[in-house]
Design a protein around this ligand. Structure first.
Ligand SMILES: Cc1cc2nc3c(=O)[nH]c(=O)nc-3n(C[C@H](O)[C@H](O)[C@H](O)COP(=O)(O)OP(=O)(O)OC[C@H]3O[C@@H](n4cnc5c(N)ncnc54)[C@H](O)[C@@H]3O)c2cc1C
Length: 512
């Protein structure tokens, strides 16, 4: 029987990104997928700043950026006329080294992750299906069928289901997937299109009771179109031809588009659902197997990637015996709350985008396009919007792994704020897959103050850094006295305090 530490079921973006993180931590894994290789389809195209920050730690951000382009502008169209526009390219200036949304096709994105896996001596077991599994408390045994039809077992210490919305892993674990199905059928089409509105902006057409979005893809005249059929369009999704999508677009836009080529299209039902728990025993779910929602805000794939980012370091530390298994329960705690918040945000976005209620539709079509650009000229609006959409604002505040003494503008549980010191991004010091103990303005290594027993155990898994408390640092943390920060390996703040005595820090470190 083949043995491994972690069995990943599913090599979509979630499973591939989890595998990449496990490589980073030196964890042994096997990843299986029924498909022949990475997806050939463009599917999710919006890559958020937080995802790029994660990829930047391992040198993949630039590779991905070179395959796509930033969404520079948004234009609002109504009845074939541009009614308003806003600049998106600098939405997150000062908040992230990647102050934009990157548009890149999911197929290309998956290839970048797969290449990293291959470059590090691993492979995906393509055309391998996970048939069933059982968790006996000491490990998980999964039955796998390979491309030739032979069946064999894999024994793993942990199993992670990254197996998509229909998730056999979720079903086998008996987890519920409560929520709703959106009444409308969605369509998505990748086309080549000639039109007078230019290729330099995300274009949103405001129909009477819905939106149609046009995302410029890399390459001349290439576009991704996303829209919906009206409620009550009873046809089965598999029966719809592109001509019906074309007719719907013409109806919603009041103009006929000159679509030259249709490279791919799909019609699908959208759900808004989340699991009741992200783990059971030695098994976990991540990505679409744990949460699905409307495409509003391009959040789905990015959230799955961050599920894996949250889980990988916890698995690594527990597998190395440096923390007890209670740490793994914080994956469920942190990512469940995040999924719940996400569903409510995407539902609200969608309600605004597609509601036919008189007032919402009036504001959307007659006020919003004219004021959105102006609203974005206010820093507070820009930074609030960017924090939500880019996912840099996700916080594990008030959860088990977050401890702080108060008196800061950021909280324990927030992502490490981004700023530059002496012209260098603070993140450049924080790429190692380990804890980071930072002191600002105190001429000490905070770890020296820990008792020897804690220090010797901890230092193997921790980088220490002493920084000046310059204006950028004190502004970022809202504190002008010396302080200490302990970053978790995913660069979220675990512990934050002006107390440099290390008593509380020791308490924090010995908790798990
Ligand atoms: C048409 C379409 C358009 C979309 N557009 C957007 C968008 O614009 N923005 C956005 O954020 N999201 C979008 N999404 C959603 C986005 O694609 C998903 O959020 C993302 O793919 C989720 O990744 P995942 O790895 O969790 O799941 P998936 O990509 O579904 O991958 C799951 C993998 O598990 C494998 N698998 C399943 N069962 C087994 C088994 N028993 N054994 C082995 N392997 C198994 C499957 O073969 C699959 O490769 C779109 C989805 C679709 C279908």
């Amino acid at each position: 029987m083949q043995e491994t530490d972690v069995l990943i079921v599913g090599a979509g973006p979630t499973g591939l990104a989890l595998a990449v993180q496990l490589i980073r931590y030196g964890v042994d894994f096997v990843i299986v997928d029924t498909k022949e290789t990475t997806t050939p389809f463009s599917r999710a195209i919006g890559v958020q700043a937080r995802t790029l920050e994660i990829y930047d730690q391992i040198g993949l951000a630039d590779d991905l950026i070179s395959l796509g382009h930033a969404a520079e502008k948004v234009k609002f169209l109504k009845d074939g006329v541009v009614r308003g526009e806003a600049n998106l390219s600098e939405l997150g200036t000062g908040l992230s080294p990647f102050p934009f949304v990157l548009l890149v096709e999911q197929g290309l994105h998956e290839e970048v992750l797969y290449q990293y896996i291959a470059d590090h001596g691993h492979d995906v077991l393509w055309r391998h299906e996970m048939l069933s599994f059982s968790d006996d408390g000491d490990g998980v045994t999964a039955e796998i069928r390979n491309a030739g039809g032979s069946e064999f077992s894999i024994r793993a210490k942990y199993l992670v289901g990254c197996d998509g919305a229909k998730s056999p892993v979720r079903h086998e674990l008996g987890l519920t997937f409560e929520g709703d199905t959106v009444e409308r059928l969605f369509y998505v089409a990748d086309v080549e299109l000639d039109w007078p509105f230019g290729h330099d902006a995300l274009q949103i057409n405001l129909g009477e009771d819905n939106l149609t979005a046009f995302f410029p893809l890399k390459g001349e005249n290439r576009w991704r179109i996303v829209g919906t059929f009206p409620e009550g369009h009873k046809k089965d999704e598999t029966e719809i031809l592109f001509e019906e999508i074309d007719a719907q677009i013409e109806h919603d836009m009041s103009v006929k588009l000159d679509i030259k080529t249709v490279n791919w299209f799909s019609v699908y039902n959208v759900h808004s659902r989340a699991v009741n728990a992200f783990s059971k025993g030695r098994c976990f779910v991540a990505g679409d197997s744990a949460h699905i929602h409307t495409p509003a805000g391009a959040q789905g794939m990015n959230t799955g990637i961050q599920d894996g980012y949250n889980l990988a370091w916890k698995l690594a530390i527990v597998l190395k015996g440096a923390a007890n298994e209670k740490l793994l329960a914080t994956y469920n705690e942190e990512r469940s709350r995040n999924a719940k918040n996400l569903l409510s945000t995407t539902d609200r976005f969608f309600e605004f985008a597609a509601s036919d209620e008189w007032l919402i539709s009036f504001v959307r079509n007659n006020i919003f396009p004219y004021v959105f650009g102006t609203a974005l000229s206010f820093d507070i609006v820009k930074s609030k919007l960017f924090s939500i959409v880019s996912q840099i604002g996700i916080s594990y505040e008030d959860q088990s792994l977050s401890a702080e003494a108060g008196g800061f503008s950021v909280k324990a549980g927030d992502r490490m704020p981004w700023f530059s010191m002496d012209g260098k991004s603070i993140y450049e010091s924080l790429n190692q897959p380990s804890f980071h103990l930072l002191t600002f303005g105190a001429d000490i290594d905070a770890s020296d103050k820990l008792p020897e027993a804690v220090r010797s155990k901890f230092q193997a898994a921790c980088d220490t850094h002493a920084f000046d408390l310059d204006k950028a640092a004190s502004t970022a943390f809202g504190c002008d006295e010396p302080f200490v920060v302990l970053l978790r390996p995913d660069n979220y703040i675990g512990y934050l305090s002006r107390d440099l005595s290390a008593i509380k820090l020791e308490e924090y470190l010995t908790r798990y």
